[in-house]
Ligand binder design. Structure first.
Ligand code: NAP
Length: 281
């Protein structure tokens, strides 16, 4: 299989990141390792995992088996909600490394703010310390609202490099993306295909796919890239993995981008997971 070269994007902490990554939720065990290895061989370099996905071991195994040098890969994991206390967050990062058999993570994120626990500042201080110790290279967030991020910056003086949020055509998150851009924080898109929801069949998506001779999945992933967000689609088969990577050889017009953004709905989240009240442990 030919390998697709993914361009990279600079981050506010001097590191850089591929413009598209690979989601690993639900990729577990040997079958998961096989999927991740085929994704890396196709050209993905960023793998998105989490302590909660119970697949950090599989990610580490894929890193060892894929034949690509460790330093060319960008491996992400995330602190679960139950481990926000400073000491627990630090040993969880170490446990993540032991599980994966890796010496460092490229990215470590706080998975959810869980504001009713009110411990995310402690988790952030632990991430800052983990970076100082060399356990992680770049630190960031997931599912944080602007008010949560502002509080972290105010209390620690350290801004995140990325915030990974739910983002797909039914939920384009325009305000949050604009706020990130003003702060120099990169947006990463989770469930970028809406987990293959009905948006794939919406007329603006189907029409753009026809115009450019691309698939509907490729059009949506290209839309993310043109919004300035980094999508991390998950796909099990090598064919779909390659399809989702092959989005750097065409460009949507401004009108096409706007028409897809126009599919957004106020209640467009896939589930009732508003970070102001949703708690994930
Ligand atoms: P997604 O990537 O939007 O969609 C994955 C689904 O779409 C799978 O069922 C996949 O099927 C299918 N698919 C893949 N490519 C396709 C294509 N070209 N055309 C049609 N269908 C296609 O959903 P996701 O897995 O929820 O999100 C991606 C990643 O985001 C996750 O794996 C995880 O790493 C991350 N995530 C993070 C959070 C967070 O709170 N931070 C939350 C959710 C997800 P097959 O697998 O059968 O190919």
């Amino acid at each position: 299989m030919s390998e697709v070269i993914v361009p990279s994007i600079s981050l506010n902490d001097g590191t850089s990141i591929p413009a598209l990554g690979f989601g690993t939720y639900k990729l577990n065990g040997s079958a998961g390792v096989d999927s991740m290895v085929s994704a890396i061989k196709a050209g993905y370099r960023l793998l998105d995992s989490a302590f909660k996905y119970e697949n950090e071991g599989a990610v580490g195994e894929a890193v060892r088996r894929c034949g690509i040098a460790r330093e060319e890969l960008f491996i992400t994991s995330k602190i679960p909600g139950l481990r926000h206390r400073y000491n627990e967050a630090l040993y969880t990062i170490e446990e993540s490394l032991f599980r994966a058999g890796l010496d460092y993570y490229d990215f470590y994120l706080i998975h959810w703010p869980n504001p009713s626990q009110d411990l995310y500042v402690e988790a952030w201080q632990a991430l800052i310390e983990a970076r100082r110790r060399g356990l992680v290279r770049s630190i960031g967030l997931s599912n944080f609202l602007p008010e949560h991020i502002q509080r972290l910056i105010d209390e620690t003086g350290v801004a995140p490099s990325v915030n990974q949020i739910e983002l797909h055509p039914y939920f384009p998150q325009q305000e949050q993306r604009e706020w990130h851009a003003q702060q120099g924080i990169l947006t990463q898109s989770w469930s970028p295909l809406g987990r293959a929801n009905a948006a794939l069949q919406e007329p603006p998506v189907v029409e753009a796919a026809r115009m450019h001779g691309k698939t509907v999945g490729q059009v949506i992933l290209r839309w993310h890239v043109q919004l300035g967000a980094v999508p991390i689609p998950k796909a099990t088969s090598p064919e779909r993995q390659l399809e989702n990577l092959s989005i750097f050889d065409f460009e949507l017009s401004r009108e096409e981008v706007e028409a897809i953004t126009g599919l957004g709905r106020a209640d467009g989240r896939r589930k009732d997971q508003h970070p102001a009240h949703y708690e994930e442990y």
